[in-house]
Design a protein. Structure first.
Length: 363
């Protein structure tokens, strides 16, 4: 069981030795029962004292539960202040926490997946942002470690716009209140993470191979600069663009400026990559997740010394998640096998990008 009594599908923690606080609790309970026994009716002819079944049960339960109390002291964490939730131009209008729960290799609150569903912004379709984080009491959030939240080791609930790991954003059919999740593009990814679930410890620029020709990004730079010039004029055209965007002119300008920075980096062969060198090695994680469709019943991943199977249930909505203690790299590729409702098995690959995702098509 987890800290909020939700089932975890892969339990790896060991119950530690009892601590002083746990023993003190047991001694207190035993003392109360002994006092009750001594104050109760006595058999005058008895020369030996036989402890009642109730007292023996308390003592035995105390010995058994002491380990559980100590384990709880390790896994139960306090509640901290909510995480920052900066405003955005098109905030989600519906947040949906999936039933999936996956244990962290280091113990504590399990991981889960949350869907942040937003109304149409530019296209005619709604969007779903897939968010990954730690779960406590039906909320997704962060753990105060890895140099975030002052390393207070408390749980910090995440708002819809907090810095969760949000690696995927897809258009879907339906509305945010009644989404058709079958229209989610099927994918199978691996990405880096840390135990806190915060989106990285530091950011560095590293050279990388760019698949598109340089002139493509240069053309994007010119287009973005032209759009920004319209917004700076703050005329009717800027107002129309902002309305189509679903926010203010200032918010649209900030979005386009970020896109312009990215396009310039890609044109020069430099892109932003997350680096976790500043995090403790024991907190590094590889996160494997994807969407194999509501028609899937389980998924198995193997490779790099890993072989794990995860059963899928109706409240997972076809999504899956593995949290591994491996240090992620671009070589973090896993063979994935999805089992479908009709017994078929589909082979694929879970890796950076979406090269060949396994997926159970609806019948």
């Amino acid at each position: 069981m987890t800290d909020n009594d939700e089932p975890v599908r892969s339990f790896r923690a060991e119950v530690p030795q009892p601590g002083k606080a746990a023993w003190a609790a047991v001694r207190g309970a035993l003392a109360q029962e002994i006092a009750a026994e001594l104050e109760g009716p006595r058999d005058r002819g008895a020369t030996k004292r036989w402890w009642s079944p109730r007292l023996l049960a308390v003592g035995l339960a105390g010995l058994v539960l002491t380990g559980a109390v100590a384990y709880g002291a390790k896994t139960l964490i306090g509640i901290g202040s909510p995480a920052p939730n900066p405003p955005v131009s098109n905030p989600p209008s519906n947040i949906r926490l999936l039933g999936l729960r996956v244990a962290d290799p280091g113990g504590g609150s399990p991981w889960g997946i949350r869907l942040a569903l937003s109304p149409p912004r530019i296209s005619a379709r709604s969007n779903v942002a897939i968010q990954i984080g730690r779960i406590r009491d039906g909320q997704m959030g962060f753990i105060g470690q890895d140099n975030v939240f002052h390393n207070d080791h408390l749980f910090h609930a995440a708002g819809p716009n907090s810095a969760l790991i949000t690696p995927a954003d897809y258009p879907i059919t339906g509305t945010p209140q009644k989404p058709d999740l079958r229209s989610v593009y099927h994918f199978a990814l691996s990405l880096p993470g840390v135990a806190s679930a915060y989106d990285g410890c530091s950011t560095v620029k590293v050279p990388t191979h760019v698949s598109q020709p340089k002139h493509v990004f240069e053309g994007e730079v010119r287009s973005l600069r032209h759009q920004l010039s319209i917004l700076r004029a703050d005329g009717p055209a800027a107002q129309r663009a902002a309305r189509a965007f679903g926010g203010s002119v200032a918010a649209l300008r900030a979005t386009l400026l970020a896109s312009l920075r990215n396009a310039r980096e890609e044109a020069s062969g430099l892109v932003s990559e997350r680096s976790f060198a500043s995090c403790p090695g024991s907190d590094l994680r590889t996160i494997v997740f994807g969407f194999s469709g509501p028609g899937s019943t389980s998924i198995t991943i193997s490779g790099l010394g890993v072989h794990e199977t995860e059963p899928l249930h109706a409240d997972d909505d076809g999504f899956y998640l593995f949290v591994l203690s491996n240090h992620w790299s671009y070589g973090s590729k896993f063979q994935a096998i999805v089992t479908c409702l009709d017994g078929r098995t589909i082979n694929g690959l879970a890796a950076p990008g979406t090269p060949d995702p396994p997926y159970c098509k609806a019948g």
